[in-house]
Design a protein around this ligand. Sequence first.
Ligand code: MLT
Length: 396
Amino acid sequence: MKINKNYLNLKPSYLFKTIGERCADYKAKNPDADIISMGIGDVTLPLCRTAADAMVAAAKEMGNIDTFHGYPSSYGEDFLLSAISAHYKNHIGIDVKTSDIVVTCGAKEDVANILDIFDEDNTVLIPDPVYPVYLDTNIMAGRKIKFISANEENKNLPMPGENDAADIIYICSPNNPTGAAYTRSQLKTWVDFATENNAVILYDAAYEMFITDPDCPRSIFEIDGAEKCAIEFCSFSKTAGFTGVRCGYTVVPSELTFDGVSLLDLWKRRQSTKSNGVSYVVQRAAAAAFSEQGYAEICSNIDYYRKNTANMMATFDELGLTYYGGCNSPYIWLKCPKGMKSWDFFDVMLERCNVIGTPGSGFGEMGEGFFRLSGFGDNDRCSAALERIKKVIPTL
Ligand code: MLT
């Protein structure tokens, strides 16, 4: 037996696990510390009432012989596929066929699992900094990886250059971690670039609900030609607070073919072999979140989180700190004061403010010197964290 040696090329621990361990150590030594987490982008509000009620009703159906359901469809139940298609139509203004949607356990799983359908010889292009799953899963598969830098000069929105040709291109917009969102014309440039280079774009739209700028698309499929070069990944996690429930979806247009082979067919073949789908109870809750009433409730939850980012931006303006994101995103990408390194600033925040954030360097080399703060917390706890930060920053 031989192990997959590519795993030995990974950092020993996944970013958010490392942070969790550092905090647990601190807490063990300082049991009275009142730690406020603004680290991992985990939601704090409960499921919206309409989704929670639908989940209870579905659970009751499962406990009754007349309404019990066995294995779900590997691709998603019709009622949820229709709700997702209606979401695209009613809130984003585009047509997405139900047959092009595959319901899954979440976008994190999907961006990892989709790699099964691509040859390992493909070269991938990954922005730096970025959500660590893109990089780690390609290291696991031993693929050749090229990076494209997101930095202050390009406002964290890198555009393709002549050295950036690759077979698989990752785009995350609004971006995790920088919070930057591509405009329509910038995305068109990426779509044209992918088309010219016979590449596929893996488009992570997990944070689409946070976009307020009408010039920034909520879906790659708002861009002409994207249906021939892109796959979109979405999630109910950040949209509807499903981080602990798990449900997401991919859109793979039927027009998307390479060498005459449909990627949708390959993706469905993969899913039907390796997955028995998402539980009926969860799918009912997800569909309810996209009902008219559910959508109003999830929008109100997103507005609640926006208060945190607005509060952070006002505080950092007052302190004269440089930051990015926050407007179309739940994340603030803060430049560490006094040229501090990301993990040094993490220690200051933990030890002197009892506030947890995510060191930018954990998202890639270009993230060094930055610190990500999540807006998914409780409003009062966020205000309390900012009061502590206000006292400590001037002393650095
Ligand atoms: C993050 O904090 O980057 C995300 O919550 C992690 C995830 O979605 O897996």
